[in-house]
Each structure stands twice: as C-alpha cells, then as structure tokens.
Design a protein around this ligand. Sequence first.
Ligand code: AN0
Ligand code: CP
Length: 314
Amino acid sequence: MHHFTAASDVTDLPALLAKAARCKADPLQWSTLGRGKTLGLIFFNPSLRTRLSTQKAAHNLGLQCIVMNIGTEGWQLEFEDGAVMNAGTAEHVKDAAAVMGRYCDIIGVRSFPGLKDREEDYQERVLEAFKKYAGVPILSLESATRHPLQSLADLLTIEEYKQVERPKIVLSWAPHPRALPQAVANSFAEWIRASEYDLVITHPEGYDLAAPFFAGHTVTYDQNEALKDADFVYVKNWSSYRQYGQILSQDPSWMITEEKMALTNQGKFMHCLPVRRNVIVADGVIDSADSIVLDQAENRTYAAQAVLATLLGK
Ligand code: AN0
Ligand code: CP
C-alpha cells in the first residue's frame, strides 16, 4: 500500500482489520516503529475526531506529528496547471506539496468538496495534486468523495458488535439543514462492498449516490422497509449527487427515532459524528444502549494506527 485514499488502495482488507484489532488490544506494541519519522496533517476544513485520533495513532507508533490548518493559516493555493498567478492565489500546490514532502514521511490531507462543480470534486483535484507533487505517501483525512479512515473504523466496529456472520446493514439518509458531502456515505458503501457484506441504502428520491458507489447494493426509497430487521443502522446526511450539491429534502420524517429503531432487530445505531441531535437522530436513540457512535469514534485511533503502521512498512 503506497497511499491510503480509497478501499482499492488496500490489498488485504481482513489483514488490515486484524491489524487494527491488534493495535486496539495493545496500542504500544509498535511504539518505536515511527522513530525519527514525521507525519504531517494538513486541514483545509474543520475536524475534531480525525485530527485527534490520527495524532494519537501517530503517538502510539512513536511517529512525530506536525499539524497545519492550511485552509486558514496557509497561503491560498493554486491548482491550475500553467496558471498565470496574478490574482488571488499566492502559491502553487506543485511547490507547497513538494516542500511538505521534504519535511514529512507521510502527509495526511483533509479536503472537502466545493459541492458546486461535480466533475472537479469527483476528480479529487486536491488529493491528486498532493499524490502527484509531494513524493511521499498520502493519507486521506476525508477527501471530496471518500472518508476511508472513517469507513475502516466503522468496519472494525461492526466486526466487534456483529452477532451473525452476515448481519443486515442499512445506510440511511437523514435530513440536515446544510449541504453536506457524499463522502462518508460513498465510502461506507465502498468499504462494505470490499468486505463482501450486503448493504441496503435508503434515501428520498434524488439522493442516489454516484453509480460506482451504490453498484451491487440494494437501494430503496422506503426507509421503514429498509430498517426492518436491520442489525446495524448507519445514518448520514448527504446532498444530492444528481442535482449536485443541492438540498432536495428536509423531510423530518426521515429522522431516526425510537419508533424507527423498533422496526430493527435491536439494531445498533451508527453515525460518524459530528451529528445534529434531534434533526438526524433523536436523543433517545443516540443516548441508548444500542448506540455505538463512541465505539466508532474510539476505533478511529486504531484504524489510523493500522494504516500508518502499514504505510511505515509493518
Ligand atoms: C462532514 C461530512 O458530512 O462530510 C464531516 C463528517 C465526518 N460533516 C459535516 O460537515 C457536518
Ligand atoms: N468523523 C469525523 O471525521 O469527524 P471530524 O470531522 O470531527 O474529524
């Protein structure tokens, strides 16, 4: 594995999950693996979990970490090849990424989509530029279209809680007042496929994910039908892919309530956080014994640790 930006970067997913579980069982077992090496984490967007869990994972491996809020504290970057830079942008990503590659052995990048230009977002312009110019492995901290560290932690959590070999896993859209990326939902669907589980995706009309992400999964506009007998209910808002970046529905009946969870097989409630309480999910659900959101957040550390260890050659 050279970069970690999508499920397809992983050659042996069961082995990576096993490695994450080993990291959780004994977090300091490879505490000198990263000695003398530097992980750079750069953020074009806010973060709580990704920022803290990835730093904690680095600490557990003896890896030094430097963090920069590049979106607010860095020079405004140019991404256009051959641009005449006589306007707003102060530095070309060609130079910025190459410089960071001289300071860091691995670079983590968080870069959300603009949600205006679908082609530009789905080409992963920022992530691809860092891959091209940094000269070191690139770790996605959530890109325009994917959030692989989240998905790996989600899978680890499902492995911990599943009671049958092939649990019923549901991904449900829920309402949100702002336009959010499709990245978490895309990635969850992609990683569930990579682990050869079945997935039922439910959302209102117009919210279909891009075809490569929902391919092979069941899609229904009937949320109650989807929730029936579910073992895991993964909830997330995303904006429309088809009418790109738009909010087509704020229908409050899609919020996950105790009544809806009663349709499931005492299903576990999952969300990547941050979550808007009583918009996405009722307090009674997220605060219930069947909510595993804190386990997901905790597992972010061990997902990141397994990935960093792999990038360091372990
Ligand atoms: C982001 C998103 O939906 O992609 C980050 C989630 C981990 N969420 C928000 O912006 C609220
Ligand atoms: N789940 C997640 O990635 O959270 P942050 O945006 O706070 O990092």
